[in-house]
Design a binder for this molecule. Structure first.
Ligand code: ATP
Length: 266
């Protein structure tokens, strides 16, 4: 087990999250260091989104700790965690249809500077606005959507919208990204392309990614290490091959994505 204070990225230590009398996550420990893609998988209702919410500060764990770059942020607000380098996407896309793709992506950088308060966006200095535009241009290039810059999200396919959403998060120049089912709605080819972009992001920019994903082919082909949750409890962790070969994991997935695990076994 790594020493929490020395992890170059995210470290979650034994968190338990309760909603009233329901324990949604119990004793989850994981590490998502920079330069690696870490997977968090499990059947529906296993507690993956709840774990993300505890990491990003939307819910408070009943016990346990969250560390970012060695600092205990368990009691820090969402925006304070973002300023320390933690970015996140949500299951449901939140693009602004009245803005162009480029403007949506610029918002990613501005939000990292100003938070979610609209007035703070208006007060951003011209120098920071230029910086935001440059970050957005780089992010769109990395995600292969530069040619869509002037279009509006409503005109795009789901696959293209997912890439806009990713570019917006990338533009925030966060050091650790939490991606919640980022490939949902994508076809096979788009999912493969998405995986390639994630791998490039990690390799070229040293970002750390923690990904919740139901598409096993994407998980197996991109993740360096995978944690498996079932009924709120961590049941297994290991390499993609170890996860794919685990009888425990297969039985947890019985009747759902078990076939995906078989196909994906490297
Ligand atoms: P899915 O793959 O379907 O998105 P998940 O693994 O992300 O599921 P969570 O959404 O974290 O699972 O849910 C974990 C458990 O906590 C479930 O039993 C769910 O019903 C419960 N839960 C989630 N959010 C709340 C809430 N706000 N209040 C009460 N219970 C909740």
């Amino acid at each position: 087990m790594p020493v929490a204070e020395q992890v170059d990225g995210l470290h979650v230590d034994e968190i338990t999250v309760k909603y009233g009398g329901v324990t949604a996550v119990s004793g989850q420990t994981l590490t998502a260091p920079r330069g690696r893609i870490t997977g968090l998988i499990g059947p529906n209702g296993a507690g993956k989104t709840t774990t993300f919410n505890a990491i990003s500060g939307i819910v408070r764990p009943a016990s346990g700790q969250v560390f970012l770059f060695g600092e205990d942020v368990t009691h820090s607000a969402v925006q304070a965690r973002a300023r320390k380098g933690l970015g996140r996407t949500f299951q449901r896309m939140e693009l602004f249809d009245t803005l162009t793709v480029a403007e949506n992506v610029v918002m990613g950088k501005e939000a990292a500077v100003a938070g979610r308060r609209p007035l703070a966006h208006l007060r951003i200095s011209p120098a920071n606005k230029r910086l935001a535009r440059a970050s957005a241009a780089d992010a769109m290039e990395l995600c292969g959507i530069t040619s869509l810059a002037r279009r509006r999200p409503a005109e795009l396919s789901t696959g293209q919208r997912r890439l806009v959403e990713l570019a917006r998060t990338v533009a925030g120049q966060f050091r650790v990204l939490l991606l919640d089912e980022p490939s949902s709605g994508l076809d096979k080819r788009e999912t493969e392309r998405f995986g390639e972009i994630l791998t490039t992001l990690v390799r070229d920019q040293g970002v750390g990614i923690l990904i919740v994903e139901h598409d096993m082919a994407l998980v197996m082909s991109t993740c360096d290490h995978i944690h498996v949750l079932d009924f709120g409890r961590p049941i297994f962790e290991g390499s993609p091959r170890e996860v794919a070969n685990s009888a425990l994991v297969r039985s947890a997935y019985l009747g759902s994505e078990a076939a995906g695990l078989e196909v994906a076994a490297p």
